[in-house]
Design a protein around this ligand. Structure first.
Ligand code: FES
Length: 155
């Protein structure tokens, strides 16, 4: 096999891998709004990419930033945080706390060499299954463009 043939084979293989790439996304959803919204999306049979695994938390205020960093360092390609709209948090200010932490979190992610677009914060109520679905769909598309998490394990 010539060097040129080897190069083009390698390019084809890389292209195929990029095309076949299915991101693994972890979503932290608050119990009271977004988890119910995700449930509504499911029971309403809304179309959503199957790339997301949901972890239910009582409130986005419960999400320690290390949970997100840990997920990324363990190889998740993206992390979605979804909670109640501002003013609707069942614990009054949990989502406000998360919003504040999120700014710092993105900076930490960027400083560690990862693209901060790998994390996303959204608000979706229990009645907004479509909002949740759109958030997941756009996140999957965004992460597909970014490619696999550079620290992703290959096992
Ligand atoms: S209870 Fe939903 S964000 Fe606090």
């Amino acid at each position: 096999m010539t060097a040129t043939t080897q190069k083009s084979t390698k390019k084809e293989s890389t292209r195929k891998k990029a095309k076949d790439f299915e991101p693994r996304i972890l979503a932290f959803c608050c119990n009271w709004c977004s988890y119910a919204g995700a449930d509504l999306a499911g029971t309403s049979r809304m179309q959503m990419p199957p790339n997301v695994r949901i972890i239910r938390v009582n409130c986005t205020g419960r999400i320690d930033p290390t949970f997100i960093l840990d997920a990324l360092y363990q190889g998740a390609d993206g992390v979605l945080i979804s909670g109640c709209h501002i003013g609707d948090c069942h614990y009054t200010s949990g989502n406000l706390k998360m919003r504040g932490r999120f700014v710092l979190l993105k900076k930490i992610i960027e400083d560690s060499g990862m693209d901060p677009q790998r994390v996303h914060l959204q608000w979706a109520s229990a009645a907004e299954g479509a909002v949740f679905t759109e958030g997941v769909t756009s996140m999957v598309e965004r992460i597909k463009k970014l490619g696999p998490n550079p620290v992703r394990r290959t096992d």
